[in-house]
Each structure stands twice: as C-alpha cells, then as structure tokens.
Design a protein around this ligand. Sequence first.
Ligand code: PRP
Length: 211
Amino acid sequence: MSQAIQVAHPLIQHHLATLRDSHTSPAGFREQIHRLAALLAYEATQDLSTTEVDVTTPLTVTKCQQLTQRIGLIPILRAGLGMVDPILNFIPSAEVWHLGLYRDEETAQPVSYYSKLPKTEPVDLALVIDPMLATGGSACSALQVLAEWGVPRTKLLSVIAAPEGIATVQSQFPDTPILVCSIDECLNDDKFIVPGLGDAGDRIFNTQRNQ
Ligand code: PRP
C-alpha cells in the first residue's frame, strides 16, 4: 500500500489555519496555497535522484549534483493551478501538463474536460497537484491518465485530504505516495471535506458567488 504522509511542520500548521478561515480573502487564500504547496513540494522532492556534474567556480572546478530526470507537474484544473508557480520555482525545468477535471455536483464523480498529454516519451516522475482530495475520484482519474501515458513514478500532493479519498487512492494506486498537509475528519453528505476549507477552486479564483 502507498504511503500517506501528513507533513507535520509548524509552518504548515500555521498557514493552514489562515487557509481554512472563511474570512481569508481570495488574495490571502492564494498566498497560503502558494506557501503550503512550496512546503509540500520540498518534502515530496527529497528523494529525487541527482547526477554528478563538473562546475567551474571563480576559483576552481568542483563536483556538484544536478537534477537530470524529467519531472512533470500535473495540476488538476482548476484548483491545482494555484499550486503550480511555487513548485515550478523550485523545479524550473519541470514540464507542466494540465488535466481538466471537475466533480459533478449531483454524483460527485469526476468529469474530464481537458487532457492533452504528448505522444512522446512520458516524464520520469509526475507530481499530481490538487489542493483537495475528497472522494479521490479526481485524483484516481488523473493517475489513470498518467498510467496510460506510461509514467513510471507518480506522487500525489494535496493540501487537505479526507480519509475516504486517501483510502480510495491507496487501493487503486498502491505505488503512489500521497503527501498532504492535513488528513481531515471525514466527508459530509455532500462529499465536502470536514472541517475543510470550502471549495478551493472558488476561493482561489474568487468565484464563490456562483455557488
Ligand atoms: C475539487 C478539488 C478536486 C476535487 C476533489 O475540484 O479541487 O479536484 O474537487 O474531489 P474528489 O476527490 O471527490 O474528486 P472541483 O470539482 O470543485 O473543480 P474546480 O477545481 O474547478 O473548482
């Protein structure tokens, strides 16, 4: 079974408190998503492989380490977009492949509306990013697309997760580690994460009034 890692760090706890607060503005919410995505990415990338290279400093030539694997960031639209920039900042050479999925409000099932992965060789490692893992339907749909593309290694990064979603991903994708800032209590009858933070996509893009 894949690992589900709740990254315990005081900075994560601190920024999560502001993120959850219903009084936090969309601008403040976006800032917190950036901070938490960066902290999650730092944890998720600690086992990346590196290759030795020669670097000429102003004084001499020395051995250094550099990333050589192809890394893909896979944001699940819309909310996953909020996590792209801070991670791309850490991994400027990463490729970003968008997957458009929304959750049908009646059935809570994921509906795919955008996927344009290349036919060329898949990336070596794909980081699937989405602030919320609720039932796990959207994450599993994204991981299935990546499996069909032939990606050998995947990790799922979510800010908050419900135990139900973690269990679903673990059962369908046992080799995919899941990194989260918080494993919340449960899903409510509408399949929303409790205590949660509301709808991340709406809070990032200031579209809550469309609910
Ligand atoms: C939310 C969230 C995840 C999904 C989680 O997206 O960002 O993608 O729901 O739910 P699941 O685990 O039950 O599939 P939403 O459908 O609201 O779309 P949005 O990002 O466009 O707001």
